[in-house]
Design a protein around this ligand. Structure first.
Ligand code: UGA
Length: 439
């Protein structure tokens, strides 16, 4: 909404939320999330054509177009628990829109939803008894955290799915007009509404599948003497394959990939397409497997016990340049190490507050350190879990001096200079290539 406000000065945008403290934070310079470039955009438009409010019913009454961006987490209860999307917030919003509207509106799905959800929205909104028409449009979001502003300013594509009725096509034009302020016409795709809903799930499933594919090959590299950066480079230079999203990692995290694939699995099952469900489920299984294997390697290399050993986790966010820790592999790894009775200490430049909440929620006891040098002091091992740039340029000699010996580095993101660390004296375990050991 901030980017739309910036690019479309004639539109007045009000962002509403039930959470008062978050709405208050959006009105300050201490935004509730860390996202590079976002504050600059917000400063330019806040109070001009971008407003934040908790007056949900007032904003609904006033608006001609409503973007619904409530969360749709994986269901934790009842039928489909652990896979299906929990649509309670979504449905509540539909009813709230219905209740507060006196004039026709376009309702845009921004949340990622199972295919055919907009039909439910339409049925609720256009139930008999009210002569106001609502047109539901699907406009899935493809931006990634950490690069959200850039991704929106220069999107690969914007997708707008509508009904192909006269009213649907009118709504389509309204939404196309918004993006046409800055997105070239050939990048604005229109489609039927179900295609738009399914494209979002499918795009995330394909991206996650690439990571699981490269991570599965990384496991094979570790046994065969092949090296994953070399393999990824050779594979990615095939123009049919492409080089992006082929970086081996300790696993993908984030609020989207796992949730969306499980959603796809659930939908496939509900249509009786069991083979389709198994196919996509394997992407998630490979991810879980690599997270588990990362800790198993640590255990195995550290003489099969980590009891009482201090282990520093460098990075907790699910990727660099975000404070978001949802589904971060670090949560799982911290928990597994704590179960093995290691003394875990966590450091992260932006995500410590969220790390604290996550670990408390999972009942995991760890230490926290603002400073990576403090985290590493007296540690037996360092596990690098988020690819923050600043970790590359730490004073690794100083870190080595302050650690217990033998000192281990497990590079879960393959970003460090492994040869150099080895020369300093570390035993180094890259992902997907041979370890560099002094013993
Ligand atoms: C993802 C998609 O990339 C967006 O297109 C989509 O809009 C978004 O989900 C969403 O559904 O809202 P996001 O989860 O923010 O975006 O971040 P990604 O950059 O996709 O990274 C996801 C995870 O994959 C991270 O843990 C990252 O470290 C990992 N990753 C990514 C790898 O392990 N290797 C890679 O080569 C790339």
């Amino acid at each position: 909404m901030a980017v739309i406000a910036l690019k479309c000065p004639a539109y007045k945008i009000t962002a509403v939320d039930v959470n008062e403290s978050r709405v208050a934070a959006w009105q300050t310079d201490a935004l509730p999330i860390y996202e590079p470039g976002l504050l600059d955009v917000i400063r330019k438009v806040r109070g001009k054509n971008l407003f934040f409010s908790t007056d949900i019913s007032g904003a609904i009454r006033e608006a001609e177009i409503i973007f619904v961006s409530v969360n749709t987490p994986t269901k934790t209860f009842g039928d489909g628990a652990g896979k299906a999307a929990d649509l309670q917030y979504w449905e509540r919003v539909a009813r709230e829109i219905l209740h507060n509207s006196r004039a026709p509106k376009i309702v845009v799905e921004k949340s990622t939803l199972p295919v055919r959800t907009s039909q439910a929205m339409e049925i609720i909104l256009n139930a008999p008894g009210k002569d106001v028409h609502f047109e539901v449009v699907s406009n899935p979001e493809f931006l990634a955290e950490g690069t959200a502003v850039r991704d929106l300013l220069e999107p690969d594509r914007v997708l707008i799915g509508t009904r192909e009725t006269a009213e649907g096509l009118r709504a389509r034009r309204e939404i196309v007009d918004i993006y046409a302020h800055w997105v070239p016409p050939e990048r604005i795709l229109t489609s039927n509404i179900w295609s738009a809903e399914l494209s979002k799930l499918a795009a995330n499933a394909f991206l996650a599948q690439r990571i699981s594919s490269i991570n599965s090959v990384a496991a094979l590299c570790e046994r065969t003497g092949a090296s994953i950066p070399e393999v990824a480079r050779a594979v990615g230079m095939d123009s049919r394959i492409g080089s992006r999203f082929l970086t081996a990692s300790v696993g993908f995290g984030g609020s989207c990939f796992k949730k969306d694939i499980l959603n796809l699995v659930y939908i496939s099952e509900s249509y009786g397409l069991h083979e389709v469900a198994r196919y996509w489920e394997a992407v998630v299984m490979m991810n879980d497997y690599r997270e588990r294997q990362f800790v198993q390697t640590m255990m195995h290399e550290m003489f099969n016990t980590v009891v009482g050993k201090r282990i520093a986790l460098l990075g907790f966010a699910f990727k660099a340049n975000t404070s978001d820790t949802r589904e971060s592999p670090a949560i799982y790894i911290a928990r597994m190490l704590a179960d093995e009775r290691a003394q875990v200490v966590v450091t992260d430049p932006e995500a410590l507050e969220n790390a604290r909440k996550d670990l408390a929620q999972h009942g995991v006891k760890t230490e926290f350190a603002d400073d990576p040098y403090t985290a590493a002091r007296g540690a037996h091992a360092i596990a690098l879990l988020t690819e923050w740039e600043q970790f590359k340029s730490l004073d690794w000699e100083r870190i080595h001096r302050s650690m217990e010996k033998p000192a281990f580095v497990f590079d879960g993101r393959n970003i460090l200079d492994h040869e150099r660390l080895f020369k300093i004296g570390f035993n180094v375990f890259p992902l997907g290539s041979a370890p560099l050991k002094h013993y």
